[in-house]
Design a protein around this ligand. Structure first.
Ligand SMILES: Cc1cc2nc3c(=O)[nH]c(=O)nc-3n(C[C@H](O)[C@H](O)[C@H](O)COP(=O)(O)O)c2cc1C
Length: 398
């Protein structure tokens, strides 16, 4: 199942330099499972040809208000969401003023589905109070504005005005067309990735966690309308777009961030592989001298679930935790769930191929407070994240 399967998206392309990038966006929408109709403004056609989009979508491109009577009403009605990319200063101004002089503006005025607007223009055009006022008006209308990004612009200047990257636009689209948007009004805290216990200024103890499971959970919770804070340990896996990111390194830093974020949270998704041990790091590099090697004295690091147990209980924070086991997984999982005051625990086996750390897939046995077990067969972590959130939704009755 792809994230946009069965969803109909209307892509409105207006006349800016970034119009060529909308062809990539169009492809991404189709790859994600959406069907896409395209409207090109008259100016957009000076930058990119209709035939490009017809080749990508396999459907005729809509260009003129007068070609098909009522297209301006039908296109918006049929769409689950509209994305305007790039959105010129002119089109944004027309939208803010409620203009309907051409197919794009008339369709946007008539549409009642969610609209994602992705401005792209010269920095001075963007920063002009007129544009800023117009964009603020679109936000008042309930539209989602994505970007613009800052960076080098086509005309050699640098500053805000670049069309946002397709990943950011796709993430925003995912959130507006999510059929399960039942986390609205809820604050969700997710933790992900490994932590590091420094030994000296250069070395650390850590683990193989990639962060993927926690990132998938944070992304899915954000898509479902939640206000999501992701507390992530270090690593090179790309962070999801959408959730507010708090980067930490050590288990203690993660605990501090967690205590702060939990103060107004409703749900905790505790997917980080928090290191169990720590030591007082040397202030200078530990030298390799003598033949005897190095003995490390380690003590237990902070127990994040244990330390936050009372706070979570007082605030009624629904907690999903994870346990990575090598034997007696279910017994250990049940015991951990009770000891740490969780509502659900997802148990996976560290020594099973395609599951656990580092890989993109996982297999989970989900245990609830009654001890009952639900088996989730091997699947991509993004799919498992959705199934876990479905389960949380039914538990908390959203
Ligand atoms: C070479 C060139 C590049 C342009 N690039 C942009 C741009 O990136 N963003 C923008 O808002 N307008 C840009 N414009 C101005 C728009 O094309 C112009 O405002 C046009 O009326 C927009 O029409 P539309 O909003 O109906 O597509 C550019 C114009 C030219 C000639």
């Amino acid at each position: 199942m792809r994230p946009f399967d069965g969803r109909r998206v209307l892509l409105v392309v207006s006349g800016g330099i970034a119009a060529y990038k909308s062809a990539f966006l169009c492809r991404r929408l189709l790859e994600a499972g959406a069907s896409a109709d395209v409207i090109l403004t008259e100016s957009a056609e000076r930058f990119i040809g209709a035939v490009t989009f017809e080749g990508i979508t396999g459907r005729p491109v809509h260009r003129n208000l007068w070609d098909t009577p009522m297209a301006h009403l039908e296109l918006g009605k049929a769409a689950d969401a509209i994305v305007v990319a790039p959105a010129t200063a002119n089109l944004i101004s027309e939208m803010a003023a409620g203009g309907a002089k051409d197919l794009a503006t008339a369709t946007l005025l008539a549409a009642s589905c969610p609209v994602v607007v992705c401005p792209a223009m010269n920095t001075r055009m963007w920063e002009h109070p007129a544009t800023q006022r117009n964009v603020a008006r679109l936000v008042e209308f309930g539209h989602t504005v994505v970007g613009p990004d800052s960076g080098p612009l086509a005309e050699g200047e640098t500053g805000p005005g670049r069309l946002s990257e397709p990943e950011a636009i796709m993430a925003a689209m995912g959130r507006v067309i999510e059929p399960n948007a039942r986390f609205g009004g809820l604050k969700i805290v997710a933790t992900a990735g490994p932590t590091r216990a420094p030994l000296d200024p250069i070395r650390f103890l850590s683990n193989r966690s990639s962060g993927r499971m926690g990132y998938a959970l944070a992304a899915a919770a954000w898509r479902r309308g939640g206000e999501v804070t992701l507390i992530s340990g270090p690593g090179s896996t790309p962070r999801p777009i959408g959730p507010r990111l708090v980067e930490v390194e050590t288990a203690r830093e993660m605990l501090e961030a967690l205590e702060t974020e939990l103060s107004d949270a409703h749900i905790l998704l505790m997917a980080a592989a928090v290191g169990d041990f720590e030591t007082d790091p040397q202030t200078s590099k530990i030298k390799k001298d003598g033949a005897s090697g190095l003995e490390l004295a380690l003590r237990n690091g902070p127990d994040l679930l244990g330390e936050t147990r009372e706070l979570r209980r007082q605030r009624g924070i629904f907690t999903l935790g994870f346990a990575l086991e090598t034997e007696n997984a279910l017994d250990h999982g049940r015991e951990k769930l009770a000891r740490k005051g969780m509502q659900l625990i997802a148990v996976n086996m560290a020594n099973e191929a395609e599951a656990g750390l580092e890989v993109e897939t996982n297999r989970i046995s989900l245990i609830d407070e009654t001890g009952a077990v639900e088996e989730f067969s091997l699947a991509h972590k993004t799919e498992l994240a959705d199934r876990l959130l479905d389960r949380i939704e039914s538990s908390i009755g959203t």
